[in-house]
Design a protein around this ligand. Structure first.
Ligand code: SF4
Length: 348
């Protein structure tokens, strides 16, 4: 079950394949499985891996990560069973399936079967996937299209190749290859394309209008809006580019309004634009402050964490050091349970 993928005495990294046999549930963790934020959209996270090391990455993914300890990959059949279980616990008829990740969903070798598996379920209304596209090829786009992918949310943060490499923190990253596939999707495939640049103030300001013009030119957004400009935010465990201060939300919305007028396209998006509405959440199995015995199952996603299982949910165990005592039950206090993500602080 356990395999080291990279390491020295100072930077140990682990890799875990999660399947039925692992006994690890797929509700409760932010990095893998199913995330339900109380709407009719479920985030489905099959992998944590990423090939890039974007300088603004909010989840510190990729080879340049300094905070991660473990990368996880989930078996497709097992994941589909948990998505179905989550839908049934929510008690709703239809969901939008959104394949995102604290990495790049396209790093999962079974991503096409995951899309196809979701599309074949009567309770799935649409399937969308987000990526920065370093692994995207015309052939992969065709296979995703045939499997029924409804929309690709493609983040292109700069069209200028040198700046795109710099933003991706990856010298081999070639934005022109991604642009080529994007144009192919917009002109020749059924799936829709939404271009979702991350606007990093002071770094790619001049690229955003260029990207808007290009997205409109190639015909992105046939069924949904063509663009979803994302605001750079400084996250606690994310990477923060030197000298960059996040923009104020008021300033961000004002600028989007100006571009909306200039280009005649809606850029200030709302959940309703994607058919997202509030829906009953998967019921919580813990209460905040509750003391729970948690069985330790593996190293945590980030340094200083283990993962454990209790009441058929994963719990991130905080405040720990060293090797996880696999199979042992440890006492924790539930200190976080937002959106069904469970955090427990170990008790002495
Ligand atoms: S922003 Fe996305 S593509 Fe870039 S390193 Fe993070 S997860 Fe990977």
């Amino acid at each position: 079950m356990r395999r080291r993928v990279k390491g020295s005495f100072s930077t140990r990294r682990f890799f875990l394949k999660i399947d039925e046999k692992s006994g690890i549930p797929l509700l409760g963790h932010i990095a893998f499985g199913v995330i339900d934020r109380g709407t009719n959209l479920l985030q489905i996270r099959a992998t944590t891996l990423c090939a890039l090391s974007c300088i603004f990455c909010s989840v510190d993914a990729g080879p340049g990560s300094t905070t991660r300890l473990t990368e996880y990959m989930v078996d497709v059949g097992y994941l589909l069973r948990w998505v179905e279980a989550a839908v049934s616990m929510k008690g709703i008829d239809k969901i939008h399936a959104y394949l995102d990740a604290v990495g790049d969903p396209l790093t999962h070798p079974g991503i096409v079967s995951l899309v196809g598996g979701l599309k074949s379920r009567r309770w799935v209304e649409t399937v969308a996937l987000e990526t920065h596209g370093p692994l995207l090829t015309r052939e992969l786009a065709e296979r995703l299209d045939e499997a029924g992918l409804d929309r690709l949310n493609l983040s292109i943060d700069a069209l200028e190749p040198g700046l795109a490499k710099r933003l991706a923190g990856t010298p081999w990253f070639d934005v022109n290859r991604v642009v080529d596939v994007a144009e192919y999707i917009a002109s020749s495939l059924n799936m829709d394309l939404l271009i979702a640049p991350v606007w990093v103030p002071g770094v790619n300001d001049e690229e955003i209008p260029r990207i808007i013009e290009w997205a409109l030119d190639i015909g992105a957004g046939k069924r949904w809006p063509p663009l979803g400009i994302q605001k750079y935010e400084a996250h606690k465990y994310g990477r923060k580019p030197r000298g960059v201060k996040p923009m104020r939300w008021s300033e961000f919305w004002r600028k989007l309004e100006v571009w909306e007028e200039e280009y005649g396209v809606r850029l200030r998006l709302r959940p309703e634009d994607f058919g997202i509405r509030k829906a009953p959440p998967v019921p919580s199995v813990f209460r905040r402050g509750e003391r729970v015995g948690v069985r330790v199952v593996y190293w945590g996603w980030l340094k200083g964490e283990w993962i454990g299982v209790a009441r058929n949910r994963v719990v991130t165990i905080l405040g720990v050091e060293g090797e996880p005592p696999l199979g042992m039950r440890v006492p924790v206090r539930i200190v976080g349970l937002k959106h069904g993500i469970y955090l427990g602080k170990i008790l002495a």
